[in-house]
Each structure stands twice: as structure tokens, then as C-alpha cells.
Design a protein around this ligand. Structure first.
Ligand code: 3HC
Length: 682
């Protein structure tokens, strides 16, 4: 496609129609900006033209700046230059917005004289999610249009406003049906041409726009201390009160460029593309030949119920299967109770609850899986149980059904072998709570067919989940890397660190919770049982469990939880117990500094990530990062463990791991020889 094709120019009598034509989302790349400028210039010079309509092809009006250009030096015309140029036109421009106008796309619409939207259109400034502020006059034009407080909310929240709401706020001037959009926009453009341009840049900032702004700003500053983009948004909106428009825009641009070059925005942009890249799986079509329409879930426990709810929430008919009638009734109660929590909180209406419940049939007996396109087994983590279920499913399920296991650790290859159709078997590792968490590790075996994978990925995406394809190994990607961190937690507690120190180091790093508090919340007995079954040891965690300290539920774990408290307090008893274990194991206790604690928590995980990539268990380093961002709450501003490794430098990481291996005698800390090569694997 030639550069000019990204913008098309047509006419409706005396109105020029300039149409964005840059699939898939009309991002404002350098070519688009140049072409828009040329098109506006031409129309302005043409005596036969009275006014201009800005429209767009495709579902999205405009997704804003082309984010992939942000890693390169900016190229003129910059978006703010283009919008400033629009202000110099003699003729008005009216935006005909038939889809989402986001970021620079919204700013482009704001630089027009008026905006007409279809009911499905939306306006939003999501730059904040990329660690940026709107950088094309948005912090100046929007406050002039809707007031500073409302503009602040839109820019710091980042969520778009639907057409009706945009109309009420004053962002959209009118709503039109998709059929009438262009004609109405042309009519309005002619009207404005008769009355005179309505440039927001020429409008003064009304003092009446101030109420509520400073109060809201103070709350936000408090809440987001570390987010420079929030402070920048506030500062830039404040500039709209006094300084002249052009000067305030220059200041906005300077703030934007500074944030763009910073590590935080770089990581957030990386995360944006990593999430989208994970959807592209080599050899697997994004559109399956036969999409999944009906689902059966086996096992009505916490996981199975959550999975069934995810499907019901997205409109799929689901059969939730238990072994007997009592089990089915219990599952029904569990699902109903979980929905009730949302109804009580006001996030779900009673009517929606009824509809969602009606999509789930609660049944006893595997025979009820017979009609399903996708059967997901969420029973006990026991190979005997899986063998029995998959053997029987093989006889019951439709010949073309996809059979998935929700195992977290077990060998999916072996499970596939319990059927005569291993090409249709795969793992769907949901994260708990399954109706909330977006991540699903989709585990493909050596035999899983591309169509079974395509159907599963499309179904997961239809639920609003983020499926990431991984290969078969113990713990797949996420839990396998987590195991390396857990080993070091135990090891460092043995050497003299405290649970409070370890947790504080990780929460300061950006995690919402540290591993010890997390273990106490989940229950330490779960992994204890698993270690016993597999003959592994974690001397400190084992000792806590042997002393009956299973975490919050027993009132004590790494911490104490007096009187059922949910927040643990440091417990001298636990520390005494750890000292005794150190003595028994012959490990001399010492003070570990926080840097060592952080590096020994994070670097072994990165090392494991590199091994996972070398084995082909994950296809790309960015897939690992998506798993950690969405399954384990890795701080988004740090991109993910592999992105972080690239920032720190793999050579330094290998050097530190070697040094810790030397110092502690723990050979598991020796770095993988291909660490550097794997960290940025694309
Ligand atoms: N720049 C470059 N590529 C973009 C893009 C953008 N702004 N927005 C989307 N894309 C790409 C995606 O990477 C994806 O590429 P792929 O097909 O190769 O994987 C493709 O477009 C389709 O995107 P989605 O899969 O996300 O499509 P959806 O239909 O699910 O969603 C959307 C569409 C809601 C527009 C979503 O893409 C989105 O939220 N985009 C980003 C919006 C945004 O953050 N805009 C602000 C940019 S910063 C800015 O404008 C600065 C300004 O103030 C100066």
C-alpha cells in the first residue's frame, strides 16, 4: 500500500471527506500524519470545498499514536504539530466517529470543530496505561470542553466513555446512526462553516471548570506516589488554567517526551505488545474451522465452578458435572453463593445472576459430557483420577470434542495417552479464582492438533481471557519458575532472613504481596503435601507444617494471626522455630542484605525462564512475561521477569547467580549457560 492510501479523500458536494484507512486500528503512524496534513491542506486550498469531515474505515475510529514508533526518534509532522496545523485551517473539520477514538485518536477528534458519534463509538485517553500523558493537546483541549475535574478523571482512569456518556459530558455534539453518520457530519460541517470555527484552542479556560480538581488531584497523588504519569497529567491540566494554549501544549509535549523515554513507559508499552503477540501462535489459525459452542466442566469444586462461571458469564451454555446428585447440588450452591457476593457488591444485577445461573446445568455423571464441544476436567490432582476420567470421556465425548485438563502440575502428555485421541487433548491451566484471573496456560503436547489448539484459544479469548500456549513440563511455565523462587525463600529463611524482610523486599519491588504472606493465605499444607508426595524438602516450610502452622486458617504460619486477623504479625515463635531448623541443618545464620534477598528471589526465576525458552516450553520471552503479569501480579511497570532481565543485563544476573552459588554452596543457583541468548528471545 502506498503511503497516501492510509488516508483517502472523497467529496460530498462542497464537503471534503478525509477518511483514515490504516487497518487494523487506524493508528497515527508517520505516514498517516503526513497524509492527513496533506489532505487537510489540499481541502483548505480548494475553493469548491466549504468544510471538511474526518471519518475512518474499519471498526476502530482511531487507536491513537502508533505505539510501535515510540522506541524511535519522533518524526515530523508530530501529532501535536498536525493538530496545531488543523487550528490554522480556514475551514472547519467535523469528526464522524463510528468506533473507538482513543489516545491521539481522541485528541484528533478534539482538534476538530465538532464530533458526531454513532451509539457504539467511544472516546478515551488511555495513555496513562502506557505510563504517558495525552501528548497531543488532550490535557489542554479536554478540560476546556468538559471541565478540569472530569478531564482529570478520564485521563487518570484511562477508561473510554461510551457515546451516550460522551454526549452528556459534551465530548460528542450529536449521536447519529451509522447510516446517517457521514451525511449528518457533512451537514454540521456546513453549518459551522456558516457560523465560524469552534476551535477549542481559542477558548479560554473557565474558572468555573476548577471545582473539584485540586481535591481529586490530591487524592490521586497520594494513591499513585510512584506513577510519574499521574503527576504529569495533573501538572499539565493545571497549565491549562493560566498559561497560554501554545505554551501549555509545548510543556505537555516536553512532559510526554520525558515519560516516553523513561523505563516505566517502555515496560508498559512492552507489556501492551507482549499481550497481543501471545495471540499469534505459529501454525495455528486465529480462527478455528469449528468454534466451540458448548462446554462441559468436570468437577464442581472451587476451580471447576470458577471455570464454569467464566463460560456462563460469556454466554456459553455449560454443563457442570459432579459424581453424584449431592455433589451437583453443592456445586450449584457454590456458584450461586459466588454470584451473590457480586450482587451484594453491586457489580452484578440480580437479573444477570439469574441469566448466568440458567446457562449452567448442574448434573451428576460423566455421560452428561456427551454433547459438549469442549470438556474441561477440573477434578483432583491425582493421576489415577485423571486416568479414570479421561478413559471414560474417550468413550462418552463427541468424536471431535476437545478434551482439556485443568491440571497445574501433572503430565498432560501422559493424560492424553489415556485416550485414543491424544490429538484432541491439551491442558487448560486456569488460575484461581478462575472467574476473575485472565491468564490461562494452554498446554500443548507433542500430539495436540493445531485445530484443537485454535478452538481452545478462540474459546478462551471469547471469555475475555489471555491464553498463552506452553509446552509440557512440571509446573509448566509459571509454577515452574515460581518453584525456583520458593526454594530460595526457604533457603534464605534458613540462612537468617525473616519472612517480614522477604515480603517487604518483594512488595517494595512492586508485588502486591510477598511470598510468605501469600503462602499463609493459600495454606502451607498444600505444597507440603505435594512435597511429601514427590520426596522433596523445604526444611523451614516443612517444619512450620509439622508444627501445625498451616497459615491464616490455623492462626499461624510464617506469621501469627491473633484472633483470626487477616494481616499477619511477626511471630517470635516462628523465628525460634526457624533458628532451630538452621541449627539442625547445620546452616550458620547471618544477616542478609535486602539486595541479596531481591536478587535471590528474582534472578533464579529469570534463569528458569531462560531454560524454559531453550527447551521450547515457551515460544517467546514475552509469553513468559504475559504469564507473570497476569498469573502472578508481576509489577506491570517492570514489564515482566524477562523484560526486567533485559533491563538489568543478563551478564550481570549470571555473575550474581554465580557469586551466590559460590557463597552459599547452593549449586541450584548456578546460571544457565545460554541465559544471555534466551532473555530477549522473540
Ligand atoms: N499503535 C500501534 N499498534 C496498535 C495500536 C496502536 N495505538 N493499537 C492497536 N495496535 C495493534 C495491536 O498491537 C494489534 O496488532 P496485531 O494484530 O499485530 O497483534 C492490532 O493493532 C489490533 O489490536 P487489538 O488486538 O488490541 O485489537 P482490539 O480490537 O482488541 O482492540 C483497541 C482495539 C481497543 C483500539 C486496542 O488495540 C487498544 O486499546 N489500542 C491502544 C489504544 C491506546 O493506548 N492508544 C493510546 C496510544 S498513545 C497516544 O496516542 C499518544 C498521544 O497522546 C500522543
Amino acid at each position: 500500500m502506498s503511503a497516501m492510501d492510509v488516508v483517502k479523500v472523497g467529496r460530498q458536494d462542497d464537503v471534503a471527506v478525509v477518511t483514515l484507512n490504516n487497518a487494523p486500528v487506524n493508528a497515527l503512524s508517520h505516514a498517516v500524519r503526513s497524509a492527513l496534513q496533506a489532505a487537510f491542506h489540499e481541502a483548505d486550498r480548494d475553493d469548491a470545498i466549504r468544510a471538511i469531515v474526518l471519518a475512518a474505515n474499519g471498526k476502530v475510529f482511531c487507536a491513537g499514536a502508533d505505539i510501535s514508533e515510540f522506541d524511535q526518534p519522533p518524526r515530523a509532522p508530530l501529532l501535536p504539530d498536525l493538530l496545531a496545523f488543523m487550528d490554522t485551517l480556514a475551514k472547519p473539520v467535523v469528526a464522524a466517529v463510528g468506533g473507538a477514538a482513543l489516545g491521539g485518536g481522541c485528541e484528533l477528534a478534539l482538534a476538530c470543530d465538532a464530533r458526531i458519534a454513532t451509539p457504539s463509538a467511544g472516546f478515551g485517553l488511555p495513555e496513562v496505561k502506557l505510563g504517558l500523558l495525552p501528548g497531543a493537546g488532550g490535557t489542554q483541549r479536554l478540560p476546556r470542553l468538559i471541565g478540569a475535574a472530569a478531564a482529570l478523571e478520564m485521563m487518570t482512569g484511562g477508561e473510554p466513555r461510551k457515546a451516550e456518556e460522551a454526549l452528556a459530558l459534551g465530548i460528542a455534539d450529536r449521536i447519529a446512526t451509522p447510516q446517517d453518520l457521514l451525511a449528518e457530519a457533512a451537514a454540521l460541517a456546513r453549518q459551522v462553516a456558516g457560523e465560524g470555527r469552534r476551535r477549542l484552542s481559542a477558548r479560554g479556560m473557565d474558572a468555573g471548570a476548577l471545582p473539584g480538581f485540586e481535591e481529586k488531584a490530591a487524592v490521586l497523588v497520594n494513591k499513585h506516589e510512584d506513577a510519574d504519569e499521574i503527576a504529569a497529567i495533573i501538572a499539565s491540566i493545571r497549565n491549562s488554567f493560566g498559561t497560554d494554549f501554545a505554551a501549555a501544549c509545548r510543556e505537555e509535549q516536553a512532559l510526554f517526551q520525558k515519560l516516553r523515554q523513561g523505563a516505566r513507559s517502555k515496560a508498559l508499552r512492552y507489556a501492551f505488545f507482549a499481550e497481543r503477540r501471545s495471540a499469534h501462535v505459529e501454525g495455528v489459525s486465529p480462527k478455528p474451522e469449528k468454534p466451540i459452542e458448548t462446554v462441559a466442566v468436570i468437577g464442581g469444586g472451587t476451580m471447576g465452578s470458577g471455570i464454569a462461571m467464566s463460560f456462563a458469564n460469556a454466554g456459553f451454555p455449560v454443563t457442570l458435572i459432579e459424581t453424584d446428585e449431592e455433589g451437583a447440588a453443592r456445586a450449584q450452591e457454590r456458584v450461586g453463593a459466588t454470584y451473590d457476593i457480586s450482587v451484594r457488591r453491586g457489580s452484578l444485577s440480580a437479573e444477570d445472576k439469574t441469566q448466568r445461573m440458567a446457562r449452567i446445568s448442574f448434573k451428576a455423571g460423566l455421560d452428561h459430557a456427551a454433547g459438549a464441544d469442549l470438556v474441561i476436567e477440573a477434578a483432583f490432582e491425582d493421576m489415577g483420577v485423571k486416568r479414570d476420567i479421561f478413559g471414560r470421556l474417550d468413550a462418552v465425548a463427541r468424536p471431535d470434542a476437545v478434551l482439556a485438563t485443568n491440571t497445574s502440575y501433572l503430565d498432560v502428555e501422559a493424560i492424553a495417552g489415556f485416550t485414543a485421541r491424544p490429538q484432541q487433548v491439551l491442558g487448560m491451566h486456569f488460575f484461581s479464582p478462575a472467574n476473575v484471573m485472565r491468564l490461562v496456560e494452554v498446554v500443548r503436547t507433542g500430539k495436540t492438533s493445531p485445530e484443537a489448539l485454535a478452538r481452545t484459544l478462540a474459546a478462551a479469548r471469547a471469555l475475555g481471557k489471555l491464553p498463552v500456549v506452553v509446552g509440557v513440563c512440571h509446573g509448566f511455565v509459571g509454577n515452574r519458575m515460581l518453584a525456583r523462587r520458593s526454594e530460595q525463600v526457604d533457603r534464605m529463611l534458613l540462612e537468617g532472613a525473616t519472612p517480614a524482610q522477604i515480603d517487604a523486599v518483594l512488595t517494595r519491588f512492586g508485588f502486591r504481596m510477598g511470598p510468605c504472606a501469600m503462602g499463609d493465605m493459600a495454606g502451607l499444607d498444600i505444597s507440603w503435601r505435594m512435597r511429601k508426595a514427590t520426596g522433596r524438602r523445604a526444611p523451614v516450610a516443612d517444619a512450620l507444617c509439622e508444627a501445625g502452622r498451616f497459615g491464616q486458617k490455623t492462626g499461624a504460619g510464617y506469621y501469627a494471626y491473633p484472633q483470626g486477623a487477616r494481616q499477619g504479625v511477626e511471630d517470635p515463635e516462628a523465628l525460634k522455630l526457624m533458628e532451630a531448623v538452621s541449627a539442625r541443618e547445620g546452616v550458620a545464620r547471618r544477616i542478609l542484605d535486602d539486595q541479596e534477598v531481591l536478587e535471590r528471589l528474582v534472578y533464579p526465576m529469570i534463569d528458569e525462564g531462560a531454560r524454559i525458552l531453550a527447551e521450547g516450553i515457551a515460544a517467546r520471552a514475552s509469553d513468559i512475561d504475559v504469564i507473570w503479569l497476569h498469573g502472578y501480579n508481576w509489577p506491570r511497570g517492570l514489564g515482566g521477569p524477562m523484560h526486567y532481565a533485559g533491563e538489568v543485563g543478563p551478564d550481570l544476573i549470571a555473575e550474581r547467580l554465580d557469586a551466590y552459588a559460590e557463597q552459599t554452596g547452593d549449586a541450584s543457583l548456578r546460571p544457565f549457560e545460554r541465559l544471555g541468548e534466551m532473555v530477549g528471545k522473540k
